[in-house]
Ligand binder design. Sequence first.
Ligand code: PHE
Length: 341
Amino acid sequence: LVEQAVEAFAAASTLEELKQARLAHLGDRAPLSLANRSIGQLPKEQKKDAGRIVGQAKGRVGQVLAQREEVLQAERAEQILREETVDVTAVPARRPVGSRHPVELMLQRMSEIFVGLGWEIAEGPEVEAEWFNFDALNFDADHPARAEADTFYVEPPERNLVIRTHTSPVQARALLERGAPLYVAVPGKVGRTDEIDATHLPVFHQIEGLAVDRGLTMAHLKGTLDRFARELFGEGITTRLRPNFFPFTEPSAEMDFLCTVCRGEDASCRTCGGTGWIEWGGCGMVNPNVLRACGLDPEVYSGFAFGMGVERAMIFRNQVGDLRDLVEGDARFNTNFTVEV
Ligand code: PHE
């Protein structure tokens, strides 16, 4: 019986098999246990010997079982270690972290500058009523900017809706909603039917500014735009206003800054085309007709407004050499962009 048990234990190659072998050879119904129990029925003089023999046999079998169990447990522990090994030096497969889009970051940065001046932020719809985009802003019924050649019209049956061609309609919306005095900056998306190339996108962004109060003058306009340019491009930037025309401002001007590459000293500079100046956006004193259209008395209130190109600023401030990079969604471009000065 001892031999059989020893063989069975040796043959068990897993702890589960060993358990089965133990039940067979040391369990309640195992021959050894039966033998142990039948000792009591033996004649008195045989009991002692029988007890010793069975006891020794059980002891021996138990010992072999314990040894085998130890070996199998060690094997299992080793197997677990092997299977659950963690290479702490392995380079993990990282999921790339996303980032906000460069234009979004720039709009945010620009907006913060105006919030820092105490202005509010306003927004308006990208699909805009023709009335807000043109009429409220004193465009004639036959002004060329209304032409299908420049403006994306929303197809019939929608009537009189356009993709706003500038952020200026929010001037009228903000004035009507909030009244005067008013200081708002309007970051937003606009559309014009331009062919896409390195310096043009049919959908681009502007940041509009509008201040309406008592006694505002062109000096306030110039001071505000200078502050904005310095915050954005650094203290060294030089700006100028150049006369221009917009239906919704009078007088009107174009704001330029001195070329950030040649500073006006290289007639063959490719950045500014040798002119020394870079156009940034339009501005002017709010036309009295616009104030009237928004229910304000031009005898009491005056105001100034401006609309600056966001992508245009990024060309010179962040060396975005090709605006198409801004719409192609290449993560290498988008995640390497910073708005810090
Ligand atoms: N809306 C004008 C443009 O898109 C810019 C502008 C804004 C001009 C405000 C004057 C005042 O060109």
